[in-house]
Structures are given as C-alpha cells and as structure tokens.
Design a binder for this molecule. Sequence first.
Ligand code: AMP
Length: 405
Amino acid sequence: MQVFEPKSQIETSDNIATKDQDDKHNASKRTLPPATIGILGGGQLGRMMALEAREMGYRIMTLDPTFDSPCAQVADSHVQKPFNSVEGAIELAEQADIITYEFENISAEVAHHLEKTSHMPQGYRLLYATQNRIREKQAIEKAGVKVAPYYKIQDEADLHEGLEQLDYPAVLKTTEGGYDGKGQLVIRAEEDLLHAIDMVRQSKQPLVLEQWVAFEKEISVVIARNPNGEVATFPVGENIHRENILHATIAPARISESVQKQALSVARKLAQTFELVGLLAIEMFVLPTGEVLVNELAPRPHNSGHYTQQGCMTSQFEQHVRAVCNLPLGATDLHTPTVMVNILGEHLDDAVGQLTQMSSHMKVHLYGKKDAKPKRKMGHLNVTANTIEEAFSQINHLQIWDPIE
Ligand code: AMP
C-alpha cells in the first residue's frame, strides 16, 4: 500500500495536470500525520472534525469567510475567503495534503478545481447529488432504496398535478440550500394552496412536493467507508425534532430488530452503490408498518451522530478522518445508552449557568459561536446512563428544555 507523503515533499507544478488520473490509480493511498487536512467550511462540524484530527497528529487548515469561525478557532491556519472563491480553493489546495468538507454547499467550480489539483478522496459525485433534493432522491431510488412519493414542481400547473397525485397533506420544499426545515411549506389542505402558489412563483429554482409521511419515528444511520472499501456503520439513532430542528438523538433507537436491520441494510446499500468515501448520514422515516423510507442524505458528519462522541469507542468525527485518510476504521459499538440534546441560542445561558451542577455523566460541547440567536445551534449535551429513561430523567432535571420522554 502506498503511503501518501505530505505535499511539501511531493508537490511539483508539473504533476498537477496528471493528478486526476493519479488519484484514480492511488485509490488506496493513505494520508498519515502530520499531513495537513484542508476543511472546506468553518462551522461546528469542521471544528469537531479538526479537534479529533489534531488528537491524531494532523494539521488543520480551514476555508471560511468568517473571522474566528468555530473551526478556525481550533485550526492551525485559516483561509478567510468565500466558500465559492476559486482563489480560496487554490490557496487551500496548495497548502493542504488532503481536502475534505463539512457542508454541502460547495460550488461545482470550486469542487472541480479541487478534484483536479488536490487530493479530495471523497470526490464530487455524491456531494453534487446531495446538493439538490431531486438529484438526491433519484440517486437513492437508483440504488434500489425507497423515498416518500414526490413530484418535481416547476410551475403552478405542476403544483396542481402534483397535489392531485400525492394528495393532502404534502410538503413543498426548496431543492437547494434548505436546512432545519427552512424553505419548507406544509400544505395541509386546500386553504394552504395560495401560500404554496406564492412559493412556486417566487422560487428561482424547481421545488419538490413530497407526500406527508405519517411516520412513527425518525431514525438515522451514519456509515463510513474508506477508499480500501472497508465499511462501518454506527448504531441507529432515534431522532426527535422540535419545530423541524433536531432536538435530541437517542441511542440505541427504540425500534424493533427488523427495523434496525432494514436501516443498516439501506445504509450499506447506499454506501456501496455510491462507492462512498468518508461518512454518509442517512435520515429515515419509520412507517407504522415497519417499513423504512429515506428522507435525506448528508455526505459528512451529522448532528444526529454527535452521540458517538461519548457513546462509542470511535466518534463520527474520528471515523470521518480515518475514512478520508484511508486508515482502518475504528470500532463503532455503543458502550452505553446515550442521549444527545441540542443547545440552541435560547438554551445557551441556561446550559452554561448549569454547567457546575451537571452530573459526571453529562458532557457539554460548545461551538465557540459568538452570536446566540434563537434556533441557532450553539452546542450540544451528551448524557450517558444505564438506560435511556435514566438519561431523560437527568436531562429533564436540568429544566433547560421542555421535558423529553
Ligand atoms: P428535512 O429538511 O427534509 O430533513 O425536514 C425536516 C423535518 O421535517 C424532518 O426531519 C421531518 O420531521 C419533517 N418532514 C420533512 N419532510 C417530511 C415529510 N415528507 N413527511 C413528514 N415529515 C416531514
């Protein structure tokens, strides 16, 4: 197996043109410490990735337009340029030995540039698919996995046709750039139609209309694959959303063995079909029949995988680093029941105020964001306990959030 040397030792200006081909031939190359990992994006996912990578002896460089971003605070260096500036990407590619990303909204121009001129083992194909809800659904279906019935909406006529086919209630979503329920409109009945028509008229991009899923539970699986083809799944997490934002993840998920098997098998199928490198988080709906539908994919560490930091031997962030650097993957078994709760802007003061009273099985992770706006993710709390109920009782005792059960 070839060892990938830090770029400072191998870079010459004339090997850049052949890099694309080289990368294909070097699918199994490893990136070892003290190589520099370049992270596109400077948010909390990049921060936690960087902290784990530093523990492993890597150096970190981040590209993000914001001064003192969560990731920049813990990185060795920071290219403070817009995400979509090719100039910034060139700077990152020149100085980093390997490139990864912590969010999806990377322009095709930047991604192609990086793919050509640097070592970006995750590639661009899966990222491109997940940047757009319709492309994503098509890719999932092509892999033989089910999603909720949907309809592509380009104009008002499509909306009427889509509603006729899918019926009420349905949810209209932007195809690009939406997160945490932003850019979504639930159409419960005909009364909501005017709002929906407005959304279609104002949208500069096609929208997607999805059938409303009367799910019993929401679950997710984070799966890792390295270029050598080694695959590891984390235990299924059960997700509780409040106002469309993830509130808590419970591991192990309170689901039957058959649902668990389906969820893990969906994850493996997608990872194999997409020839995944790095992490893939798969959010799923569990129907009352026990059938599982995929809701959304994220080709990176995911909020619903934060429980792994205290619940598993290897966190999702360490696993991401191992996977992209082509190291052997770490063990993913759940040591102990773990519940993760998000600390949003409105919870921050209470969470910090209660730090000194928290039990020894609670661990607070804060992201270093200055501006604690309501609904903004500022940190999370991981609680380990003998049982999920015990973890709930400890969380409820803090009285920071409405009770969880
Ligand atoms: P998304 O941004 O697509 O992950 O949606 C955020 C949350 O909205 C999901 O986690 C669900 O709780 C809810 N949601 C989204 N789409 C649907 C749907 N088709 N049916 C029911 N609930 C949905």
